[in-house]
Design a protein around this ligand. Structure first.
Ligand SMILES: [Zn+2]
Length: 196
């Protein structure tokens, strides 16, 4: 049995490395399949996470996962248009309780390649499980298309927009050793409630 992996935080060097492609014939290996289920458990154990990349569990490999909750957040955001302020959705740190708690599915992306990006970009707040307590606005493509392999080694093409696309761009950056704090115009400390 593999030990449950902890989420790696800065200043861990693995977060700054260029992650390696996984040879096709290794996708179905116990090591990679175990890593994927470990990542799913690690993400599930975080109260606010919606995405996780393999370097965040200490493995410099090109895999990331995104919870289908990210799609629900897009739907909830869509209902809040008409000038009403969107809740501060932060990547990997999305507010819960807006939606009913349930068992989320996880989309798995192995050796992902960014294929298309929209010219239109959107600003939005992000946070990161590996950079706890910090937030910042990052400009991302509104829409993207990614080609990858799923955990059954089947080739997939996934189009995404808005929040889901933001999470994918954040996770793709992790595979290059890039963190949102490198791209945010300003990084803020999350406000901690003082106990007096
Ligand atoms: Zn992150």
């Amino acid at each position: 049995m593999t030990k449950q992996k902890e989420i790696v935080k800065l200043p861990a060097k693995v977060l700054r490395g260029h992650a390696q492609d996984i040879p096709m014939k290794e996708i179905l290996s116990p090591h990679i399949q175990g890593l994927i289920s470990n990542m799913q458990k690690a993400l599930k154990n975080t109260p606010d996470g919606v995405g996780l990349a393999a370097p965040q569990v200490g493995e410099s490999l090109r895999i990331f996962i995104v919870s289908e909750e990210a799609e629900e957040i897009d739907k909830a955001g869509g209902r809040r248009q008409k000038g009403e302020l969107l809740p501060p959705h932060a990547v990997e740190d999305a507010p819960k309780k807006l939606y009913e708690e349930r068992e989320w599915k996880y989309y798995v992306f192995i050796n992902p390649v960014l294929k298309n990006t929209s010219r239109k970009k959107l600003d939005g707040p992000e946070g990161c499980l590996s950079v706890p307590g910090k937030f910042g606005n990052v400009t991302r493509h509104e829409k993207i298309t990614v080609e990858a392999y799923d955990k059954h080694a089947k080739k997939i093409t996934r189009g995404a927009s808005r929040f889901f696309a933001r999470v994918m761009q954040h996770e793709l950056d992790h595979l290059e050793g890039i963190l949102f704090i490198d791209k945010a115009e300003r990084v803020f400390e999350a406000i901690k409630r003082e106990q007096s």
